[in-house]
Design a binder for this molecule. Structure first.
Ligand code: UGA
Length: 434
């Protein structure tokens, strides 16, 4: 089948890579000329394990083409996947500017029956506007469908090739058949439904994942007050098969380009349908609180009063991990940004290290220093702060770290160290919920 993928971001590139690798002819179109030129040479604009190998292989096999031109791509395709971003507006609603311009450009270039499948995360209630946009510009027959994406950054290719489920939301058997055939080589349960239900599956899934994280973070607060160990408590809760242990790890709060924005967009959407989604408002509030509590732990370990302004003046702090999670260089909505900005407000001196995201971080946080590795980051500092759980951080040699640090303080935002071992090694240690 010939496919056009609109949008060369995370979802678009992974979709293009996987469908071309499965033998389809795939055009990937994006308005960003520089990005398209780089991609033609196999250069991926972000870090994602094995994605560049997939792109290079399929470009070479002449199954995958990058272009700025909708006319070169859409007119030759039976199926279009819209994969553009839907960022947050100030009021939390999803900004659909890119979506509507992508659909308009697609419409202008349709020829013959085309299935336009939305992979972008879009709120319920815009179906008529989308139809009207296409009708205004196209004479060809078309249909809309929704097939939301559930890939995670860092494991995107694996998640797309072996998903738990493929959700296909259509208005006709014809559209359903096209999408079922296209996904035939991919494993996972099929869930076929109407378009709106498919969109709601996406928002509901991300909202429940965020809820699990905030629940774990709320329990971690109680564990700190009750002097119990959250890792054991969550292990015990998660061992119940009805609950499961995934997404029950407390930390510095969820971040990234999806969970924070989708929670806010879901609250806004619910409110447009006259429902106050109190549960999700609490999930969002707990997530913000987790950052504040973490900064207070840093103040506590440094013996700086938690109620005084500017009271981290003169303290040198090493932040290990900047990306919103390991195995990505993505800094979008990373908790590290909020934490570091808060520390800077308190007049601390911050040096950071991250194995992948420092180039991106320097654009967002130009005021701090960056170190070439973990040990250079912590040298002469008053505290070592773990913000992202990169696997290499759990291999840190604690006796070497103790010699390098000015003060043996660890605040571990991801519980990567054993508190007992850290104490035996001579550290003052504060984790999350234990
Ligand atoms: C998330 C979903 O997991 C994907 O299914 C979805 O396709 C994607 O959003 C999207 O909508 O595009 P992603 O943003 O890549 O994927 O990251 P996650 O692995 O979900 O992690 C999100 C955040 O939650 C991270 O900051 C992570 O550190 C945090 N988290 C996760 C915890 O704090 N504790 C946990 O137990 C799990």
């Amino acid at each position: 089948m010939t496919i056009t993928v609109v949008g060369a971001g995370y979802v678009g590139l992974v979709t293009a890579a996987v469908f071309s690798d499965l033998g389809n002819k795939v055009y990937c179109v994006d308005v960003d000329e520089k990005k398209i030129e780089d991609l033609k040479k196999g250069k991926v604009p972000f870090f994602e394990p094995s994605l560049s190998e997939y792109l290079e292989r399929n470009i070479k096999e002449k199954r995958l083409f990058f272009t700025k031109s909708y006319s070169d791509s859409v007119s030759k395709s039976q199926t279009i996947f819209i994969c553009v971003g839907t960022p947050s507006k100030e009021n939390g609603e999803a900004d659909l500017t890119y979506l509507f311009s992508a659909v308009e450009e697609t419409a202008k270039n349709l020829s013959g029956y085309t299935l336009i499948t939305i992979k972008s995360t879009i709120p319920i209630g815009y179906e008529d506007d989308l139809e009207a946009t296409v009708k205004k510009h196209a004479k060809a027959k078309f249909e809309f469908a929704a097939s939301p994406e559930f890939l995670r950054e860092g494991t995107a290719i694996e998640d797309t090739l072996h998903p738990d489920r493929i959700v296909i939301g259509t208005h006709s058997k014809k559209a359903e058949k096209i999408l079922l055939e296209l996904h035939a080589p991919i494993s996972g349960e099929r869930i076929t439904c109407d378009m709106r239900s498919a969109q709601l599956v996406k928002y509901g899934s991300n909202a429940l994942l965020a809820t699990k994280v905030s629940f774990a973070n709320a329990i971690s607060i109680l564990c700190e007050k009750m002097e119990t160990d959250v890792t054991k408590v969550m292990e015990g809760i998660g061992a119940d098969k009805r609950i499961g242990n995934a997404f029950l790890y407390p930390g510095v709060g969820y971040g990234g380009s999806c969970l924070p924005k989708d929670v806010l967009a879901f609250i806004a959407q619910a409110s447009r349908f006259d429902y106050d989604f109190e549960l999700l408002r609490a999930v969002d509030a707990i997530n913000d609180l987790q950052v504040e509590r973490f900064v207070n732990k840093i103040r506590r370990i440094l013996n700086a009063a938690e109620d005084k302004k500017n009271n981290l003046y003169g303290f040198e702090i090493a932040i290990l991990g900047l990306a919103f999670k390991p195995n990505t260089d993505d800094m979008r909505d990373a908790p590290s940004i909020k934490i570091i900005n808060r520390l800077l407000n308190l007049k601390a001196n911050v040096t950071a290290f991250d194995p992948q995201s420092m180039i991106n971080a320097k654009r967002i946080l130009p005021q701090i220093s960056y170190a070439k590795d973990v040990y250079r980051a912590i040298e002469g500092k008053h505290a070592m702060i773990i913000v992202t759980e990169w696997p290499e951080f759990s291999q840190i040699d604690l006796s070497k770290a103790k010699k390098l640090l000015k003060k043996p303080n660890i605040v571990d935002g991801r519980n990567i160290f054993d508190p007992h071992k850290a104490k035996v090694a001579g550290f003052k240690y504060i984790g999350v919920g234990r």
